[in-house]
Ligand binder design. Structure first.
Ligand code: ZN
Length: 136
């Protein structure tokens, strides 16, 4: 089973990812949801968080032992169906030079307890061809 966007908690249909994250954390703190059911990140996501994740200053809300790492997946034209894990800003800039639109999913993941949640979805609008058209 490989990693896919469907496995990003707080994904489909959620408008305010921060709000859904907070609500979920509250439920865990109140004992209404077990930690096990929220600390179930896919091994590939945890591997990415450990090896290439961007360190954050946010303490993991569940285990409160380590800071979560941020992992960005980009989806769109010509990219793998399961998204491309982006580690370098230059990769994003490359996409901005194309004429396609992409979506970057920023996920926080805890390498310690495997908590994970989608933080935000950012559109990446390729301006390559569009700008050329304006100039012409
Ligand atoms: Zn944790």
């Amino acid at each position: 089973m490989s990693f896919s966007v469907d496995m990003l908690r707080g994904g489909a249909g959620v408008v305010d990812h921060q709000l859904s994250r907070r609500a979920l954390i509250n439920e865990v703190k109140r004992g209404r949801i077990s930690k096990d059911s929220v600390c179930d990140a896919h091994p590939e996501l945890i591997r990415a968080a450990r090896n290439i994740g961007e360190p954050s200053k946010t303490l993991c809300p569940i285990c409160e032992e380590v800071n979560v790492a941020l992992v960005t997946y980009v989806f769109g034209h010509g990219l793998p169906k399961n998204g491309k894990c982006v580690t370098d800003r230059r990769d994003i800039m490359k996409l901005q030079r194309t004429s396609h639109e992409y979506a970057a999913y920023v996920v926080e993941a805890c390498p310690q307890c495997r908590w994970h949640h989608l933080l935000r979805v950012l559109p990446i609008v390729g301006r390559g061809r569009r700008r050329a058209a304006q100039e012409g």
